[in-house]
Design a protein around this ligand. Structure first.
Ligand code: BGC
Length: 454
Protein backbone atom coordinates (compact mmCIF):
# COMPACT_ATOMS: atom_id res chain seq x y z
CA UNK A 1 0.00 0.00 0.00
CA UNK A 2 1.41 3.45 -0.85
CA UNK A 3 2.37 5.57 2.16
CA UNK A 4 0.18 8.56 2.81
CA UNK A 5 2.75 11.29 3.42
CA UNK A 6 0.20 13.40 5.27
CA UNK A 7 -0.38 10.70 7.82
CA UNK A 8 2.55 10.75 10.22
CA UNK A 9 0.95 8.58 12.88
CA UNK A 10 2.72 5.42 11.81
CA UNK A 11 6.13 7.07 12.08
CA UNK A 12 8.15 6.43 15.20
CA UNK A 13 10.96 8.97 15.09
CA UNK A 14 14.50 7.72 15.42
CA UNK A 15 17.15 10.28 16.13
CA UNK A 16 20.11 11.17 18.31
CA UNK A 17 20.64 14.58 19.87
CA UNK A 18 24.41 14.88 19.53
CA UNK A 19 26.55 17.32 21.47
CA UNK A 20 29.58 18.95 19.83
CA UNK A 21 32.79 16.97 19.50
CA UNK A 22 35.04 17.10 22.56
CA UNK A 23 32.11 17.65 24.91
CA UNK A 24 32.94 16.95 28.56
CA UNK A 25 30.63 14.39 30.16
CA UNK A 26 31.19 13.85 33.82
CA UNK A 27 29.97 13.89 37.37
CA UNK A 28 30.66 16.31 40.21
CA UNK A 29 31.52 15.79 43.89
CA UNK A 30 32.89 17.92 46.72
CA UNK A 31 35.51 17.20 49.38
CA UNK A 32 33.45 17.41 52.55
CA UNK A 33 30.66 15.38 50.99
CA UNK A 34 32.76 12.39 49.87
CA UNK A 35 36.13 12.29 51.64
CA UNK A 36 35.19 11.39 55.20
CA UNK A 37 37.27 12.21 58.26
CA UNK A 38 37.09 15.95 57.75
CA UNK A 39 37.21 17.21 61.30
CA UNK A 40 39.03 20.49 61.00
CA UNK A 41 36.40 22.56 59.19
CA UNK A 42 33.32 24.57 60.16
CA UNK A 43 30.96 21.80 59.01
CA UNK A 44 32.48 19.31 61.43
CA UNK A 45 31.75 21.78 64.25
CA UNK A 46 28.28 22.36 62.88
CA UNK A 47 27.47 18.65 62.62
CA UNK A 48 28.38 18.17 66.27
CA UNK A 49 25.56 20.41 67.40
CA UNK A 50 22.16 18.86 67.79
CA UNK A 51 19.44 20.08 65.52
CA UNK A 52 21.66 21.34 62.72
CA UNK A 53 21.52 18.29 60.49
CA UNK A 54 18.41 16.29 59.75
CA UNK A 55 18.25 13.12 61.90
CA UNK A 56 21.41 14.25 63.66
CA UNK A 57 23.39 12.77 60.74
CA UNK A 58 27.13 13.35 60.35
CA UNK A 59 29.40 13.28 57.35
CA UNK A 60 31.51 10.73 59.25
CA UNK A 61 33.38 8.46 56.86
CA UNK A 62 31.29 9.77 53.95
CA UNK A 63 32.37 7.76 50.87
CA UNK A 64 35.82 7.07 52.32
CA UNK A 65 37.68 8.83 49.54
CA UNK A 66 40.34 9.93 52.01
CA UNK A 67 40.83 6.25 52.81
CA UNK A 68 41.42 5.46 49.16
CA UNK A 69 38.00 4.63 47.81
CA UNK A 70 38.30 7.44 45.24
CA UNK A 71 40.18 4.92 43.10
CA UNK A 72 37.29 2.49 42.81
CA UNK A 73 34.83 5.35 42.22
CA UNK A 74 37.04 6.78 39.47
CA UNK A 75 37.09 3.29 37.95
CA UNK A 76 33.32 3.36 37.98
CA UNK A 77 33.34 6.74 36.25
CA UNK A 78 35.76 5.66 33.56
CA UNK A 79 34.14 2.27 32.99
CA UNK A 80 30.90 4.11 32.37
CA UNK A 81 32.44 6.30 29.67
CA UNK A 82 32.69 9.56 31.62
CA UNK A 83 35.55 11.71 30.34
CA UNK A 84 35.51 14.44 33.02
CA UNK A 85 35.13 14.81 36.77
CA UNK A 86 34.68 17.86 38.97
CA UNK A 87 35.98 17.53 42.53
CA UNK A 88 36.99 19.95 45.23
CA UNK A 89 40.01 20.48 47.45
CA UNK A 90 39.45 20.72 51.19
CA UNK A 91 41.09 23.93 52.36
CA UNK A 92 41.30 22.73 55.98
CA UNK A 93 43.41 19.75 54.92
CA UNK A 94 45.89 21.76 52.88
CA UNK A 95 46.14 24.53 55.46
CA UNK A 96 45.22 23.05 58.83
CA UNK A 97 46.29 26.22 60.68
CA UNK A 98 46.87 29.72 59.39
CA UNK A 99 50.64 29.24 59.49
CA UNK A 100 50.78 25.59 58.54
CA UNK A 101 50.73 23.76 55.20
CA UNK A 102 50.20 20.04 54.90
CA UNK A 103 52.35 18.86 52.00
CA UNK A 104 51.16 15.29 52.44
CA UNK A 105 47.58 16.34 51.87
CA UNK A 106 48.63 18.12 48.70
CA UNK A 107 50.55 15.03 47.59
CA UNK A 108 47.44 12.94 48.17
CA UNK A 109 45.34 15.25 46.00
CA UNK A 110 48.05 15.03 43.36
CA UNK A 111 47.73 11.27 43.44
CA UNK A 112 43.97 11.51 43.05
CA UNK A 113 44.30 13.85 40.10
CA UNK A 114 46.89 11.61 38.53
CA UNK A 115 44.32 8.86 39.07
CA UNK A 116 41.89 10.80 36.89
CA UNK A 117 44.56 11.53 34.32
CA UNK A 118 45.53 7.85 34.10
CA UNK A 119 41.91 6.96 33.45
CA UNK A 120 41.55 9.52 30.67
CA UNK A 121 39.28 11.72 32.76
CA UNK A 122 39.67 15.51 32.55
CA UNK A 123 39.54 17.08 36.01
CA UNK A 124 37.87 20.33 36.96
CA UNK A 125 38.95 21.47 40.41
CA UNK A 126 36.89 23.61 42.77
CA UNK A 127 38.96 25.35 45.43
CA UNK A 128 36.18 26.15 47.88
CA UNK A 129 32.97 24.16 48.15
CA UNK A 130 31.09 25.45 51.23
CA UNK A 131 33.49 24.23 53.95
CA UNK A 132 35.94 26.57 55.71
CA UNK A 133 38.93 25.75 57.93
CA UNK A 134 38.16 26.26 61.62
CA UNK A 135 40.91 28.90 61.89
CA UNK A 136 39.17 30.96 59.19
CA UNK A 137 35.82 30.48 60.86
CA UNK A 138 37.24 31.67 64.17
CA UNK A 139 38.53 34.81 62.50
CA UNK A 140 35.05 35.67 61.24
CA UNK A 141 34.99 33.43 58.18
CA UNK A 142 34.20 35.28 54.97
CA UNK A 143 33.24 38.41 56.92
CA UNK A 144 36.92 38.82 57.76
CA UNK A 145 38.48 41.48 55.56
CA UNK A 146 41.60 39.32 55.18
CA UNK A 147 39.59 36.37 53.81
CA UNK A 148 40.36 37.18 50.13
CA UNK A 149 44.05 37.48 50.92
CA UNK A 150 44.33 34.21 52.85
CA UNK A 151 42.26 32.46 50.18
CA UNK A 152 44.68 33.65 47.52
CA UNK A 153 47.65 32.27 49.46
CA UNK A 154 45.92 28.89 49.70
CA UNK A 155 45.02 28.92 46.01
CA UNK A 156 48.63 29.61 45.04
CA UNK A 157 49.84 26.59 47.01
CA UNK A 158 47.24 24.31 45.51
CA UNK A 159 47.74 25.42 41.93
CA UNK A 160 51.52 25.13 42.19
CA UNK A 161 51.10 21.58 43.49
CA UNK A 162 48.42 20.36 41.07
CA UNK A 163 49.02 22.27 37.87
CA UNK A 164 50.52 19.31 36.04
CA UNK A 165 47.17 17.59 36.06
CA UNK A 166 44.57 20.37 36.07
CA UNK A 167 43.82 23.36 33.92
CA UNK A 168 40.10 23.87 34.63
CA UNK A 169 39.55 25.70 37.92
CA UNK A 170 36.58 27.03 39.85
CA UNK A 171 37.65 29.22 42.78
CA UNK A 172 34.35 29.25 44.69
CA UNK A 173 31.34 26.99 44.37
CA UNK A 174 27.94 28.72 44.56
CA UNK A 175 28.78 31.88 46.49
CA UNK A 176 25.08 32.73 46.20
CA UNK A 177 24.06 29.58 48.10
CA UNK A 178 26.79 30.13 50.70
CA UNK A 179 25.50 33.64 51.34
CA UNK A 180 21.79 32.78 51.31
CA UNK A 181 22.03 29.67 53.46
CA UNK A 182 24.44 31.09 56.02
CA UNK A 183 23.56 34.80 56.14
CA UNK A 184 19.90 35.06 55.14
CA UNK A 185 18.53 31.68 56.24
CA UNK A 186 20.06 29.70 59.07
CA UNK A 187 20.55 26.31 57.44
CA UNK A 188 24.31 26.56 56.94
CA UNK A 189 26.97 27.81 59.32
CA UNK A 190 27.37 30.42 60.66
CA UNK A 191 23.55 30.90 60.64
CA UNK A 192 23.85 34.62 61.08
CA UNK A 193 21.03 36.28 59.16
CA UNK A 194 21.54 39.95 58.34
CA UNK A 195 21.62 41.89 55.09
CA UNK A 196 24.81 43.74 56.00
CA UNK A 197 26.63 40.45 56.72
CA UNK A 198 25.32 38.95 53.51
CA UNK A 199 26.53 41.89 51.44
CA UNK A 200 29.93 41.89 53.08
CA UNK A 201 30.44 38.17 52.49
CA UNK A 202 29.36 38.45 48.86
CA UNK A 203 31.85 41.27 48.37
CA UNK A 204 34.68 39.33 49.99
CA UNK A 205 33.93 36.24 47.93
CA UNK A 206 34.08 38.35 44.77
CA UNK A 207 37.42 39.81 45.80
CA UNK A 208 38.68 36.31 46.59
CA UNK A 209 37.45 35.01 43.25
CA UNK A 210 39.24 37.79 41.38
CA UNK A 211 42.46 37.35 43.36
CA UNK A 212 42.35 33.61 42.66
CA UNK A 213 41.69 34.24 38.96
CA UNK A 214 44.81 36.36 38.63
CA UNK A 215 46.98 34.10 40.76
CA UNK A 216 45.99 31.01 38.77
CA UNK A 217 46.74 32.70 35.45
CA UNK A 218 50.05 33.93 36.75
CA UNK A 219 51.06 30.39 37.70
CA UNK A 220 49.54 28.56 34.77
CA UNK A 221 49.23 30.23 31.38
CA UNK A 222 46.85 27.67 29.90
CA UNK A 223 44.43 27.75 32.86
CA UNK A 224 40.71 28.29 32.37
CA UNK A 225 39.06 29.73 35.45
CA UNK A 226 35.31 29.85 35.83
CA UNK A 227 32.65 31.18 38.10
CA UNK A 228 30.02 28.79 39.38
CA UNK A 229 26.65 29.82 40.72
CA UNK A 230 23.48 27.98 41.59
CA UNK A 231 20.94 29.17 39.01
CA UNK A 232 17.33 28.91 40.08
CA UNK A 233 14.71 29.60 37.41
CA UNK A 234 12.07 32.02 38.73
CA UNK A 235 8.86 32.55 36.78
CA UNK A 236 6.00 34.87 37.73
CA UNK A 237 3.11 32.72 38.91
CA UNK A 238 0.65 35.02 37.14
CA UNK A 239 2.58 36.22 34.08
CA UNK A 240 -0.07 38.84 33.35
CA UNK A 241 0.46 40.50 36.75
CA UNK A 242 3.23 43.14 36.71
CA UNK A 243 3.90 42.73 40.44
CA UNK A 244 4.59 39.00 40.07
CA UNK A 245 6.89 39.73 37.16
CA UNK A 246 8.72 42.40 39.09
CA UNK A 247 9.08 40.15 42.13
CA UNK A 248 10.42 37.22 40.06
CA UNK A 249 12.86 39.62 38.37
CA UNK A 250 14.02 41.07 41.69
CA UNK A 251 14.66 37.62 43.16
CA UNK A 252 16.44 36.52 40.04
CA UNK A 253 18.61 39.61 40.12
CA UNK A 254 19.67 39.06 43.73
CA UNK A 255 20.06 35.30 43.52
CA UNK A 256 21.23 34.64 39.97
CA UNK A 257 22.73 37.87 38.64
CA UNK A 258 24.57 39.56 41.49
CA UNK A 259 27.83 37.58 41.59
CA UNK A 260 28.43 37.06 37.88
CA UNK A 261 27.03 40.52 37.11
CA UNK A 262 29.83 42.02 39.22
CA UNK A 263 32.36 39.93 37.31
CA UNK A 264 30.91 41.24 34.08
CA UNK A 265 30.92 44.94 34.90
CA UNK A 266 32.83 45.48 38.14
CA UNK A 267 29.72 46.64 40.01
CA UNK A 268 28.07 44.64 42.75
CA UNK A 269 24.33 45.31 43.10
CA UNK A 270 22.90 43.15 45.82
CA UNK A 271 20.19 43.52 48.46
CA UNK A 272 19.50 47.16 47.59
CA UNK A 273 23.16 48.07 48.00
CA UNK A 274 25.88 48.80 45.50
CA UNK A 275 29.61 48.78 45.49
CA UNK A 276 32.24 49.32 42.89
CA UNK A 277 34.74 46.47 42.48
CA UNK A 278 36.73 47.29 39.35
CA UNK A 279 39.35 44.64 40.16
CA UNK A 280 36.71 41.95 39.78
CA UNK A 281 35.74 42.83 36.21
CA UNK A 282 36.45 40.23 33.51
CA UNK A 283 37.76 37.56 35.86
CA UNK A 284 36.12 34.50 34.33
CA UNK A 285 36.99 32.37 31.32
CA UNK A 286 33.83 30.29 31.47
CA UNK A 287 30.48 30.44 33.22
CA UNK A 288 29.59 27.48 35.45
CA UNK A 289 25.92 26.82 36.06
CA UNK A 290 24.55 24.51 38.73
CA UNK A 291 20.90 24.01 37.87
CA UNK A 292 18.45 21.86 39.81
CA UNK A 293 14.97 23.36 39.88
CA UNK A 294 12.58 26.30 39.42
CA UNK A 295 9.89 28.27 41.27
CA UNK A 296 6.75 30.20 40.57
CA UNK A 297 6.85 33.52 42.37
CA UNK A 298 3.80 35.48 43.52
CA UNK A 299 3.88 38.95 45.05
CA UNK A 300 2.20 38.99 48.44
CA UNK A 301 2.09 42.20 50.51
CA UNK A 302 1.46 40.24 53.72
CA UNK A 303 4.61 38.12 53.57
CA UNK A 304 6.78 40.73 55.23
CA UNK A 305 9.44 38.38 56.57
CA UNK A 306 9.64 36.55 53.24
CA UNK A 307 10.34 39.76 51.31
CA UNK A 308 6.76 40.09 50.09
CA UNK A 309 6.45 36.95 48.07
CA UNK A 310 5.44 33.33 48.10
CA UNK A 311 7.12 30.66 46.06
CA UNK A 312 5.97 27.26 44.95
CA UNK A 313 7.09 24.64 42.49
CA UNK A 314 5.51 25.02 39.04
CA UNK A 315 2.25 23.13 39.01
CA UNK A 316 2.10 19.70 37.47
CA UNK A 317 5.85 19.00 37.67
CA UNK A 318 7.09 15.78 39.27
CA UNK A 319 8.71 16.18 42.69
CA UNK A 320 11.84 14.50 43.99
CA UNK A 321 11.69 11.85 46.71
CA UNK A 322 11.66 14.20 49.71
CA UNK A 323 9.94 17.04 47.85
CA UNK A 324 13.15 19.09 47.78
CA UNK A 325 13.21 19.62 44.00
CA UNK A 326 10.75 19.73 41.13
CA UNK A 327 11.59 18.35 37.70
CA UNK A 328 11.52 21.50 35.54
CA UNK A 329 13.75 20.86 32.50
CA UNK A 330 13.01 24.11 30.68
CA UNK A 331 14.51 25.89 33.69
CA UNK A 332 17.85 24.54 32.44
CA UNK A 333 17.20 26.12 29.06
CA UNK A 334 16.39 29.40 30.81
CA UNK A 335 19.65 29.11 32.76
CA UNK A 336 21.68 28.48 29.62
CA UNK A 337 20.03 31.32 27.77
CA UNK A 338 20.86 33.56 30.74
CA UNK A 339 24.47 32.33 30.75
CA UNK A 340 24.83 32.95 27.01
CA UNK A 341 24.63 36.72 27.62
CA UNK A 342 28.22 36.69 28.92
CA UNK A 343 29.55 35.54 25.55
CA UNK A 344 31.82 32.94 27.15
CA UNK A 345 31.97 29.14 27.14
CA UNK A 346 29.38 27.61 29.46
CA UNK A 347 29.68 24.51 31.64
CA UNK A 348 26.81 22.84 33.44
CA UNK A 349 28.86 22.21 36.56
CA UNK A 350 26.01 20.45 38.44
CA UNK A 351 22.56 19.05 37.68
CA UNK A 352 20.78 16.14 39.30
CA UNK A 353 18.03 14.89 41.56
CA UNK A 354 17.67 13.05 44.88
CA UNK A 355 16.08 9.70 44.21
CA UNK A 356 17.14 6.58 46.14
CA UNK A 357 14.85 4.37 44.04
CA UNK A 358 15.98 5.84 40.71
CA UNK A 359 12.34 6.18 39.74
CA UNK A 360 12.47 9.79 38.47
CA UNK A 361 16.20 10.19 37.73
CA UNK A 362 16.21 8.60 34.23
CA UNK A 363 13.41 10.92 33.17
CA UNK A 364 15.09 13.90 34.82
CA UNK A 365 18.34 13.13 32.99
CA UNK A 366 16.85 12.71 29.52
CA UNK A 367 14.59 15.72 29.79
CA UNK A 368 17.39 17.99 31.02
CA UNK A 369 19.81 16.74 28.38
CA UNK A 370 17.25 17.40 25.70
CA UNK A 371 17.16 21.03 26.91
CA UNK A 372 20.96 21.11 26.90
CA UNK A 373 20.96 19.95 23.29
CA UNK A 374 18.22 22.43 22.41
CA UNK A 375 20.33 25.23 23.86
CA UNK A 376 23.44 24.09 21.99
CA UNK A 377 21.51 24.54 18.74
CA UNK A 378 21.52 28.28 19.36
CA UNK A 379 25.29 28.08 19.19
CA UNK A 380 25.69 29.00 22.82
CA UNK A 381 29.10 27.62 23.65
CA UNK A 382 28.15 24.78 25.98
CA UNK A 383 31.25 22.72 26.64
CA UNK A 384 30.40 20.23 29.34
CA UNK A 385 27.85 18.65 31.65
CA UNK A 386 28.64 17.31 35.14
CA UNK A 387 25.91 15.25 36.73
CA UNK A 388 25.50 15.60 40.49
CA UNK A 389 26.63 13.12 41.63
CA UNK A 390 28.85 10.09 41.01
CA UNK A 391 27.87 8.33 44.23
CA UNK A 392 25.46 9.23 47.08
CA UNK A 393 27.17 11.64 49.45
CA UNK A 394 26.62 13.78 52.53
CA UNK A 395 23.92 16.34 51.70
CA UNK A 396 24.80 19.19 54.11
CA UNK A 397 21.89 20.19 56.35
CA UNK A 398 19.90 17.28 54.92
CA UNK A 399 22.48 14.73 55.96
CA UNK A 400 22.02 11.29 54.44
CA UNK A 401 18.30 11.70 53.81
CA UNK A 402 18.80 12.62 50.16
CA UNK A 403 20.45 10.39 47.56
CA UNK A 404 21.84 12.14 44.50
CA UNK A 405 24.23 9.45 43.26
CA UNK A 406 24.20 7.54 40.01
CA UNK A 407 25.58 4.88 42.34
CA UNK A 408 23.86 4.41 45.67
CA UNK A 409 25.89 4.11 48.87
CA UNK A 410 25.27 1.91 51.88
CA UNK A 411 26.96 4.01 54.55
CA UNK A 412 27.31 1.08 56.96
CA UNK A 413 29.09 -1.25 54.57
CA UNK A 414 30.41 1.27 52.03
CA UNK A 415 28.88 -0.90 49.33
CA UNK A 416 28.11 0.93 46.07
CA UNK A 417 24.78 0.12 44.47
CA UNK A 418 24.51 0.41 40.71
CA UNK A 419 21.34 2.27 39.81
CA UNK A 420 19.84 1.94 36.30
CA UNK A 421 20.79 5.58 35.64
CA UNK A 422 24.44 4.49 35.59
CA UNK A 423 23.85 2.62 32.34
CA UNK A 424 21.66 5.32 30.86
CA UNK A 425 24.27 8.01 31.54
CA UNK A 426 27.10 5.74 30.35
CA UNK A 427 25.36 5.22 27.01
CA UNK A 428 24.83 8.97 26.63
CA UNK A 429 28.49 9.71 27.41
CA UNK A 430 29.64 6.98 25.04
CA UNK A 431 27.64 8.15 22.05
CA UNK A 432 28.06 11.85 22.93
CA UNK A 433 24.34 12.36 22.73
CA UNK A 434 20.87 11.19 23.63
CA UNK A 435 19.12 8.74 21.30
CA UNK A 436 15.45 7.86 20.92
CA UNK A 437 16.37 4.27 21.79
CA UNK A 438 17.67 5.29 25.18
CA UNK A 439 14.59 7.36 25.91
CA UNK A 440 12.40 4.46 24.85
CA UNK A 441 14.33 2.11 27.10
CA UNK A 442 14.78 4.26 30.22
CA UNK A 443 12.02 6.89 30.19
CA UNK A 444 9.31 5.80 27.73
CA UNK A 445 6.76 7.96 29.54
CA UNK A 446 8.34 11.13 28.09
CA UNK A 447 9.05 9.81 24.58
CA UNK A 448 6.29 11.77 22.93
CA UNK A 449 7.09 14.89 24.88
CA UNK A 450 10.68 14.75 23.64
CA UNK A 451 9.92 13.66 20.08
CA UNK A 452 6.54 15.08 19.12
CA UNK A 453 5.42 13.80 15.73
CA UNK A 454 3.33 16.83 14.92
C1 BGC B 1 25.70 21.95 45.98
C2 BGC B 1 26.05 20.51 46.30
C3 BGC B 1 24.82 19.78 46.80
C4 BGC B 1 23.76 19.86 45.73
C5 BGC B 1 22.48 19.08 46.02
C6 BGC B 1 24.40 22.10 45.22
O1 BGC B 1 23.84 23.35 45.47
O2 BGC B 1 26.77 22.56 45.28
O3 BGC B 1 27.08 20.50 47.24
O4 BGC B 1 25.10 18.50 47.16
O5 BGC B 1 23.41 21.21 45.56
O6 BGC B 1 21.82 19.56 47.15
Amino acid sequence: MPIDINDLNHIRPEATFYMPEGFLWGTATSSHQVEGGNNNNNWSLWENNDGHILNGDRSGDACQWWQGRWAEDFDRASESSQNAHRLSIEWSRVQPAIDQWDMEALAYYREMLKGLYDRGITPMVTLHHFSDPIWLYENGGWEWDKAPQVFEAYVRRVVEALKDYVSLWVPINEPNVYVYMGYMDSNFPPAKPGMAFAFNVMENMLKAHAAAYRAIHEIQKEARVGSCINYRAFWPKRPWLPLDKWMAGTLSHNYNDAFIGAIQNGQLQFLLRKSSLPQVKDTQDFVGINYYTADWIAFNPFMIKAFFHTREFPQGQELSETGFLANVPDGLFKALKWASRFGLPIMVTENGIEDSQDSLRPQYIVEHLQQLWRASNYNWQIKGYFHWSLVDNFEWDRGWTQRFGLWGLDIETQERIRRPSVDLYAAICKQNGLSTRLVEQYAPQVFERLYPVE
